[in-house]
Design a protein around this ligand. Sequence first.
Ligand code: AVJ
Length: 324
Amino acid sequence: MEQRQSKTGNVSFHNEHPEAGDSRSELLAGLQRAQKAINPKYFYDQQGSQLFDQITRLPEYYPTRTEFEILQKYRAQISAHCETGCVFIEPGSGNCEKARLLLDSLQPSAFVPIDISAEYLHAAAQELGREYPWLTIHAVCADFNRSWSFVDALPEGKRVVFYPGSTIGNLEPQDAIDFLRRVRSVLGENGGALVGVDLHKSSERLSAAYNDTAGVTAAFNLNVLERINDLLDTEFDAAQFRHHAFYDREKQRIEMHLVSDRAQTVRCNGSTISFEAGESIHTENSYKYTLQGFAELAQSADLVLERSWLDDEKLFSVHYLSAG
Ligand code: AVJ
């Protein structure tokens, strides 16, 4: 039996991670579609989370460092919007590095990191708890795309959902609206959301960010095959696939694929999954927004865009939205 609940000092840990069976059927259904596809959340096992960490430090990958700059430069203003004493909730918290930039100026009554990668979250929350002994940390391992039932257990207070890193870009625009609506529904009357959004820009700049010369993004993409092998007991050979990422200007999104350059059949639980030469698994979309486009998205979710902060080059944006 998996451990669901634990507490050490100022850090408590709640595990609501979905059963492996749910992941298996979701993955399999994706691989059986005409355009084979997986949900990018499967990237983030222990190894994948580490590779993503490396991506954030690549010279070509500007989003993380640019968002850092924005959060650092405007932390006083941002904290004033969120308000001291708030319950600061971060879906997809990863290593919690971004929240770290705000905690001292924000002084929330509680920090709620949510991540799908249990071990990674556990380690990050413990470390944060040691660094911030005054902070109450309520870590939740959950798939926030499915259920937000964990909010019932949260302390009282103004809720602010922190959704940095342009994670919202993984969602189809309609799903992003639904996501923001869901966020709105847990915010209560006076709550808010602090959302980081990558901006539309030259295709060259965008494409380079997902095709780094060191090959870390390729390794990150290919690593998902190992994850599929673990979960589905398949025999995908990463050497038979290649990383492919490009910017679709019309759809305003980066698409990532794993392309099989030759016809092949992969064994899967007594059955098979076949690929024609050149056929791909679509592993990720990363939508980019214009300021106008994001304002419209927020409005469609009934949120009020109170304030936006940008870097000088206008590469990335951070927005404070209120439930209005
Ligand atoms: C964490 C989803 C925002 O889309 O830029 C980075 C993930 N994929 N390089 C992104 C990612 C390839 C990242 N997000």
